[in-house]
Each structure stands twice: as structure tokens, then as C-alpha cells.
Ligand binder design. Structure first.
Ligand code: HEM
Ligand SMILES: *[C@@H]1O[C@H](CO)[C@@H](O)[C@H](O)[C@H]1NC(C)=O
Ligand SMILES: *[C@@H]1O[C@H](CO)[C@@H](O)[C@H](O)[C@H]1NC(C)=O
Ligand SMILES: *[C@@H]1O[C@H](CO)[C@@H](O)[C@H](O)[C@H]1NC(C)=O
Length: 476
């Protein structure tokens, strides 16, 4: 009798311990632990979870923040646009949380780069990155890459589109940022792609994600070898670039002597991770919505054909595609690639004031994420928030697109916002313009994406539609 009772008591205490936030967080609005658990158990996507569990706090209860227990810790989610602005615009008082050093993921991306550093180190990286990005607007390279894709698409028919957006986005980062062609579009056996996919699959095993300590207790030798081989590959590209300049960002970064060899490598890996799946996800979402709404597709096509006038895309004719631009803005709103940012912490603690007049005390060093999807799907700020409608971004008077940077934040905002925003926007506009010019597309009958693109559960929380089969027909 003793053992079962003890066991039961221990279990009850354990659950109580898990359900109850630490005393310092108990004053904050809380998302039910059971509902979060249920959501994970059902493999709901991050986007769906935010819509069901977090947005109601802001929308119906008027709260500016909500806490929840996920992946081993309590997290504060920022839901209110005013608080969002306070935190995002103040990188000095809200630095990024230092990533856990025992996570294998960081063996791969490293922390000595623009994504994960803070303070003066970040400033140094950020200056170099911005200067290098400013010098390239690779519309021509995006065009060449898209033509390669069209060759692979052959005569069209049923094509697994998410498979190709990954390859296009990978080669876009490769050729324009690293100055190295991974040939992911052209070559089915691209060794680089294989290696990268193997690593990402291993990093995505839920058990290791939830309990990173397992990687310390039971090191995965194959994974570590693969990661080290990939790092060696990056080093080889770096060595090559030192001798062979090109029209790419890495060449420009190498002109700046302030970074160490290790810092260059860590930045290469960071670009790779930050720039590849995000853009692929966005391109999948956009093309899916244009399939769901053929009238928008046709309207965008008319505009594109008129603006291109049989020439290649460039910054001038792309500027005349306002409706296409609005479609990109809307895709990034409704299925935003990163539903939330990396965690921030306030080392001193802070009191945050929401737009509804409520204030919240955030204790020192508490993991806090900026919830992007919460701003994008809030019905207080967006009419018909859950409907894809590019027209909402068009100014009816001037026909130009408009953006409100307090509620449209797919690239975040403030000093830590995405430095490649312009790059990514041009990539999406160029690829989609060419696609509209050469192809028509629709979803096959019975597609699970018929109402909205369906993301798949993703370890890093990315909103990325999967198994997105689309029927492409070549235009005459
Ligand atoms: C549609 C595509 C993209 C989206 C939606 C996107 C979104 C974002 C967001 C939300 C952040 C802030 C993350 C945070 O605060 O935790 C960010 C940061 C960053 N992104 Fe992007 N991104 C995209 C494409 C790219 C590309 C193509 C690159 C590089 C080639 C890139 C490089 C970076 C870097 C280096 C940072 C870190 C900046 C810093 O901390 O100072 N991103 N991105
Ligand atoms: C918060 O973290 C900083 C930096 O790690 C540390 O110096 C400080 O003592 C921490 N504050 C509290 C209250 O734990
Ligand atoms: C968004 O909604 C909040 C109230 O929830 C309001 O205070 C704010 O002004 C709105 N912002 C925009 C841009 O609509
Ligand atoms: C794809 O579209 C073409 C042309 O409209 C049509 O003939 C074909 O049956 C479609 N295929 C599928 C699988 O939907």
C-alpha cells in the first residue's frame, strides 16, 4: 500500500509543480497548461495554437501578455501592439536570451553571429551585415534561379510545390549571400542539401527538443560528425571566397576585417538557417493562396504581364506591381513564417503598459517572446482577420500599398528586425512575378489545402505548408 500511495503523491506533486508557475509569475494571465498539453499532443501547429489559446487573451479579455508552459519552461507571450513596440524597439534593455549551451543546434549555428549576440558584439556584426546587404539587390540572380526551376518543372502537372520552394530558397541564399551554388534546384543529389536535411531531421526529433539534456547524456555521434562536416564545408567556402571575390554578401563581409574566422563561419550558418526555411515557407503560402483564390491570381497576372512587358523583372517594373506586392504582404500576415521571435529577457525586470491601460510587471531574466501571429490575427486590429484579402493592404485612393508597422510585423520591428527584409521581399516578388507570367495553377481536387494552406507541426515553430501539391499548366 505504501508504494502506490507514495507514487501517487509524488505524481500529484509533480503535476502540481508543473501546472503552477513560479511565484514570481503567478500575477500574470495564464494559458491553461492542459490546453497547451492537449494542443501539443494533437500536434497542432504553432499558428493554430496561438489563434486558439493566446489571441483570445488579447481579443476577448483585453490582456496584453499571457504566460504558458511549453517545451520545458514558462514563457511570457507579448500580445499587445503597444507592449510589443516597447520591447522590440528597446534592444538594449531587452537583449536576446542566451541560448542553452548544451543544445546541439548551437554546435551548428554557433552564437557568435548577428542572430544570437547582444550589445556591442551584436552592433559590430549588425553593421557589417547591413553594409553587405545594402550592396546587393540580386533580382537578376533570382530570375536566373527561377528559370532553372521552370526547366525542372518541365511541362507542369501535379508538382509538390513545398519541395521546390525549399530548393529555390536554399540556392537563393547560397548564390547571393554565400557566393556558392549548392545546385539544389538543378541537382537532385546535391550533397550539400542531403547533409543539411539529415542534420535538420535529427535536430527535429521531439524527444531531444523537449529534453536537450539528452544530447549531453547520450551524445549522437552521427549527428555531431555530420554537423562538423557541414562546418568544414562552410570553412572551405570561406577559404575559397578569400581568393575568389564575387558579387555576393560574403565577399563584401570579408572586406570588413573586424570579424574573426569563427565569427564569419557562425554568421554563414546563421544566414543559412534564418534565410532559407522562412522564405520557402512564405513562397509556399503565397502560391497556395493564389491557387485558392483564382480571381486574385488572375488579377496579379494581368498586372505582372502589363508591368513586365516581356522584359526581365527589375526594381522599376516590380514597383509597378502593387497588387502582387499586396498579395505578398497578405501572405506574410495570415500565415506568418515565424509565429514568434526568439526569447528576450530584461536583466533588471520591467513594468509594461498595454494599449488597454493595464500594466504588467515582468521579473528579471524571464523568457519573453514577441508573438507575431497574435498581432497578425487579432480581430480588434484586422477586419476579417482570418481571411486572405490582399486588398486590405491597398490604399483605395492612391492604389499604393500601405503597411502599419505596429500590427504588421513578419520581420519583427526595431533594431533586431530582419536585416534581409528587402532581400526576402524582392525574392518573393521576383519568383512570383515570373511564375504568374509563365504558369497558371490550381489545387487538385480534394486537396487538404483547399480552404487554407495547412502547416505541419514543426519543431522550430515555423509556419510552413507541407505536401502542398499544385497543378501547374504552362501558359501558351
Ligand atoms: C520571408 C522571409 C523572412 C522572414 C519572415 C524573416 C523574419 C525574421 C524575423 C521575425 C526576425 C527577428 C527574429 C527575432 O527577433 O528573434 C529575423 C531576423 C533575422 N533574419 Fe530574417 N526573415 C526572412 C528572411 C531572411 C533572409 C533571406 C535572411 C538572410 C539571408 C535573414 C536573416 C536574418 C538575420 C541575420 C536575422 C537576425 C537579425 C538580428 O538579430 O539583428 N532573414 N528575420
Ligand atoms: C539576471 O541575469 C544577469 C545576467 O546573467 C545577472 O547578472 C543578474 O544577476 C540576473 N538577475 C537576477 C535577479 O537573477
Ligand atoms: C489595435 O487594437 C488596439 C486595441 O486592442 C488599439 O489600441 C490600437 O490602436 C489598434 N491599432 C491599430 C493600428 O489598429
Ligand atoms: C491539371 O490541370 C489540367 C489542365 O487544367 C487538367 O487537364 C488535369 O486533369 C489536372 N490534373 C490534376 C491532377 O488535377
Amino acid at each position: 500500500m505504501l508504494y502506490p500511495t507514495l507514487l501517487f503523491t509524488a505524481l500529484a506533486l509533480f503535476l502540481k509543480w508543473i501546472f503552477t508557475p513560479p511565484a514570481k509569475l503567478r500575477h500574470l494571465p495564464r494559458v491553461s497548461f492542459f490546453r497547451v498539453l492537449w494542443s501539443y499532443a494533437n500536434k497542432e501547429t504553432e499558428e493554430a495554437r496561438i489563434r486558439k489559446l493566446y489571441i483570445p487573451f488579447m481579443q476577448e479579455k483585453g490582456e496584453g501578455v499571457a504566460i504558458s508552459y511549453a517545451l520545458g519552461r514558462w514563457l511570457i507571450h507579448i500580445l499587445d501592439p503597444k507592449i510589443w513596440r516597447t520591447v522590440a524597439d528597446d534592444a538594449a534593455n531587452w537583449p536576446k536570451e542566451l541560448p542553452p549551451s548544451d543544445m546541439v543546434f548551437f554546435r551548428f549555428v554557433g552564437t557568435k553571429n548577428v542572430v544570437f549576440s547582444n550589445g556591442e558584439t551584436w552592433q559590430k556584426h549588425s553593421t557589417v551585415v547591413h553594409a553587405a546587404l545594402k550592396r546587393t539587390l540580386p533580382i537578376e540572380q533570382f530570375t536566373v534561379l527561377t528559370q532553372k526551376l521552370f526547366k525542372r518543372m518541365g511541362d507542369g502537372g501535379l508538382i509538390k510545390w513545398d519541395h521546390w520552394t525549399m530548393r529555390v530558397a536554399l540556392d537563393a541564399v547560397g548564390t547571393t549571400i554565400l557566393g556558392y551554388d549548392f545546385e539544389a534546384v538543378e541537382n537532385d543529389n546535391s550533397p550539400f542539401l542531403k547533409q543539411y536535411t539529415t542534420i535538420m531531421d535529427a535536430l527535429s526529433i521531439p524527444l531531444f527538443l523537449v529534453f536537450p539534456i539528452f544530447d549531453v547524456w547520450f551524445p549522437r555521434k552521427d549527428l555531431i560528425n555530420n554537423i562538423d562536416a557541414l562546418i568544414a564545408r562552410f570553412q572551405a567556402i570561406l577559404d575559397y571566397k578569400r581568393e575568389n571575390r564575387g558579387n555576393d554578401m560574403l565577399t563584401y563581409m570579408l572586406e570588413e576585417p573586424s570579424l574573426t574566422e569563427e565569427e564569419y563561419r557562425h554568421n554563414m550558418a546563421a544566414f543559412f538557417v534564418a534565410g532559407h526555411d522562412s522564405t520557402a515557407a512564405a513562397l509556399s503560402t503565397l502560391v497556395a493562396y493564389l491557387a485558392i483564390y483564382p480571381a486574385f491570381q488572375e488579377r496579379a497576372r494581368k498586372e505582372v504581364i502589363h508591368a513586365l512587358d516581356n522584359k526581365d523583372p527589375d526594381s522599376h517594373n516590380l514597383a509597378n506591381m502593387q497588387f502582387l506586392y499586396a498579395c505578398v504582404l497578405e501572405a506574410l500576415r495570415i500565415n506568418t513564417p515565424f509565429p514568434f521571435t526568439a526569447p528576450r529577457v530584461s536583466p533588471t525586470g520591467a513594468t509594461l503598459h498595454g494599449s488597454n491601460g493595464k500594466s504588467y510587471y515582468i521579473p528579471p531574466n524571464t523568457s519573453t517572446v514577441l508573438s507575431i501571429a497574435s498581432l497578425h490575427r487579432n480581430e480588434n486590429n484586422w477586419s476579417d482577420a482570418h481571411t486572405f484579402n490582399p486588398e486590405r493592404h491597398l490604399d483605395t485612393l492612391t492604389g499604393k500599398t500601405k503597411i502599419d508597422a505596429t500590427i504588421w510585423v513578419p520581420f519583427s520591428r526595431g533594431p533586431r528586425q530582419c536585416p534581409a527584409r528587402n532581400f526576402a521581399m524582392y525574392e518573393m516578388r521576383t519568383v512570383t512575378a515570373l511564375l504568374l507570367q509563365s504558369w497558371e495553377w490550381e489545387l487538385p481536387p480534394g486537396s487538404p489545402h483547399a480552404i487554407a494552406p495547412q502547416n505541419v507541426f514543426s519543431p522550430f515553430g515555423l509556419s510552413s505548408p507541407k505536401d502542398l501539391y499544385i497543378n501547374f499548366t504552362k501558359r501558351g
